[in-house]
Design a protein around this ligand. Sequence first.
Ligand code: AMP
Ligand code: MG
Length: 500
Amino acid sequence: MQTIAETSRPLAVSFDNSYAHLPERFYARLDPTPAAQPRLIKFNSALAAELGLDVSGVSADTLAQLFSGNLRLQGAEPLAMAYAGHQFGHFVPKLGDGRAILLGEVRDVAGVRRDIQLKGSGRTPYSRDGDGRAAAGPVLREYVVSEAMHALGVPTTRALAIVATGESVYRERRLPGAILTRVSASHVRVGTFQYFAARGDVEAIKQLADFVIDRHYPDIREAEAPYLALFRAVAQRQARLIACWMHVGFIHGVMNTDNTAISGETIDFGPCAFMDAYDPAAVFSSIDTAGRYAYANQPHIAHWNLARFAETLLPLLNPILERAIELANEALSAFWPRFEQHWLSGMRRKLGLFTAEDEDPQIVRGLLEAMHRQQADFTLTFRKLCDAAEGQQFDAGVRALFANAAAYDEWAAMWRSRLARESLPPGVRADSMRHANPAFIPRNHRLEQAIQAAVELEDFTLFADLLQVLSRPYEDQKGFEVYATAPQASERVLQTFCGT
Ligand code: AMP
Ligand code: MG
């Protein structure tokens, strides 16, 4: 690999790497495989600014060279991380970054350490039979959905750049290849702990736990039982994350333990999707035939994944196994009340409730059941409910979403008598609801259209529109109404693919 040739100003990145200084058995050091003809497709200038990267005067060509891995950024210490993971419930002791390379870590403008990783950057010692590459479609999808999640207020990894490689990848057919630059709080997963647990390497587990505490949970450093406190903190962040997903109708699709970030960010946008019509059993992923990762199952799976995480920490919790298990179970049991609390408070905000009453869960469930029976669109129902909060005369929008509007009327009567117990000007309530109920989500059919136009016709207009509209999901945006509507029957996307 060469160092930067001067066709434009070089990009200075002040790396401050920490993972690369963990013991050698945590990763494999290697450079990305050069791409044939890197071309910059998209660069996230706002995120670059947040990371403290000054790209003014840096040419698109230089950025393409850097974010394909063809040129090495000064201070980068490229490596592929080792990890294991339960995939659809089955344990695989060795996975690792098979097509991703961590370039290094930077401190963002808030002083927070962030990973910069290339995804699709070539084979690594963890590639198994894979080609180490990514197809442009899934890369565009991850870019749009992760940035949309961020704008929605859901903890997530971010997308910094897309570079077309100029090479083809072969999935079921020949597809153009691309590389995504992903930014995360860190890429440590439950599966990273499992990798060392599977090898009985308690020393490594302790080093990894200390690394994670330093990086993500510094308050815990002084705790009396730091590793138990670490587990509790991770469980709390997972509880909050999954509640956020439930509030926006997001289905991750592959909640394997290797796709569960210890930082509590959403990671790995493969066959993920947002629901249109509300259905708790909704599954989109073509490989999830048993519905393991269905919408309503997500909190249960998060709990299951946390149990797997707890198992890796047992040797650090107590020298007596029975006692360690007891402590872990006790801590794990806090997940459900924590999840319920996040879920309910978010649902209260969605329904415009400012106070808490015992019957609130019943009101929420009443609406969800009616939506399910009447095939009402998840996002639109809550968005139109903001109008309805201004008065019954504005009910038409919600009513139109229910196959049988009487089901809504019946529920709305209960909702309104609950609202009447709070004294709040209707306009104020409606406005606050508009900050909890997005008008825009990455609708699957729009996403597919945008990806198709970009990949097959090199037309990025829809992709750009989608990114723009999704950057302000809680605001009505004139001229972009089509991005808010539910798909026609003929437009509905029923399956999504990993595309790996
Ligand atoms: P994912 O389903 O993307 O979370 O990936 C699961 C595992 O498969 C990880 O270890 C990935 O690095 C690996 N993997 C996925 N796609 C590829 C590919 N095209 N080449 C090599 N490894 C891959
Ligand atoms: Mg993964």
